[in-house]
Design a protein around this ligand. Structure first.
Ligand code: SF4
Length: 334
């Protein structure tokens, strides 16, 4: 029996290079080794997009196509839609008795997110909704309703998993040893910088290269990428470590070509325009198989829906089994 691994993505936009190198690459390995549940977390996306349900709905399909396009195999991965598993919402209500409001307010991941969403939640989080504050509880329900044993997380997500383990321990201490404590798989996450040199690539920052970008868009974006500002003339030597073009060469070009970029840049033996053109070609070569697979799914929308329906069916069956055990233990099996 393969161990169950579970992860989720909020459907709020298309995937970009940051998602691919930060998570997608790991997913491709995980699908070979684990029983892989991949949640399209539409309910969680609504916690800070509750006034824009159309955006969330559209992106459920967009993100699924992106994930299939990077090479995830629907025969190995259970793609499912969170809102179609009502047991998660039910379990969230039960778990909400096992966690205090002050504990949620102290959760570092939640605190960071509130600080980043000042326009929505107020300068000091005074307008935070009950739903957003409680999303770690809903995430604990996501994980445990599928008996999730392994959870791929980056460092910044560890407090959420610890919160889940606390809920599990509390539940088991009251109702009996029913739930498994999930363990983290600290994945080889690479945080990808933005075209402007920002530490993070993101939609709201306007500095992302999307997997869906076509050749023309790639050309425009790379021609605008930040280079070493000290290099004025074509033959000025420069520092490739201060240049986003070199940074992306390292991600998508061969080691040999990347080494050449580095040494020629340092010697002043290459101009930035030529260097960018070379990157445009390498980036398009990298994205081309992803674009091809995505096109197949674009042309067969029924297949995408069928993949989500099938994965959701598997997830529903699993959630029903777990909920039966939980309700028996809580004496609410009327
Ligand atoms: Fe960047 Fe290439 Fe210009 Fe060097 S030559 S600064 S690596 S774009």
């Amino acid at each position: 029996m393969k161990k169950i691994i579970l992860t989720g993505l909020r459907p709020t936009g298309n995937l970009h290079l940051g998602h691919y190198f930060g998570a997608g690459q790991n997913y491709l390995k995980m699908q070979e080794d684990y029983d892989f549940y991949l949640e399209i977390a539409d309910v969680q996306a609504l916690t800070d997009n509750f006034d824009n349900p159309e955006k969330v709905r559209k992106n459920v399909y967009e993100i699924t196509k992106d994930l299939l396009a990077i090479g995830l195999d629907p025969n190995k991965v259970h793609f499912f839609i969170q809102s179609k598993i009502p047991e998660i919402a039910e379990l969230t209500v039960f778990y909400s008795n096992l966690v205090t409001v002050s504990r949620l307010q102290r959760n570092p991941t939640v605190k960071n997110e509130i600080a980043q969403k000042k326009e929505l939640f107020g300068t000091n989080g005074e307008s935070i909704t009950y739903g957003f504050l409680g999303y770690p509880v809903s995430q604990a329900a996501d994980i445990t309703v599928f008996d999730g044993e392994l959870i791929p997380v980056g460092d910044d997500q560890l407090p959420l998993l610890e919160q889940c383990r606390e809920i599990v321990r509390k539940f088991n201490s009251i109702y009996g040893n029913i739930l498994k404590e999930p363990q983290q798989v600290l994945s080889n996450t690479t945080r990808v910088k933005g075209l402007d040199g920002n530490e993070k690539m993101g939609k709201s920052l306007g500095n992302a290269i999307y997997l869906i970008d076509d050749e023309e868009t790639i050309k425009k974006k790379i021609m605008m990428a930040l280079t070493d500002t000290n290099k004025i003339k074509k033959d000025d030597p420069a520092d490739p470590d201060k240049c986003m073009v070199y940074y992306y060469h390292k991600l998508v070009n061969t080691i040999e070509n990347t080494n050449t970029v580095c040494s020629e840049c340092k010697k002043g033996a290459r101009g930035c325009v030529a260097c960018k053109k070379e990157l445009i070609e390498a980036m398009n070569n990298f994205l081309e198989p992803i674009r091809k697979r995505r096109k197949q799914y674009e042309e067969n929308k029924d297949l995408v829906k069928e993949i989500l329906d099938n994965g959701t069916q598997v997830a529903q069956n699993k959630a029903k089994d777990t909920m039966k055990k939980i309700k028996d233990a809580m004496k609410i099996d009327y």
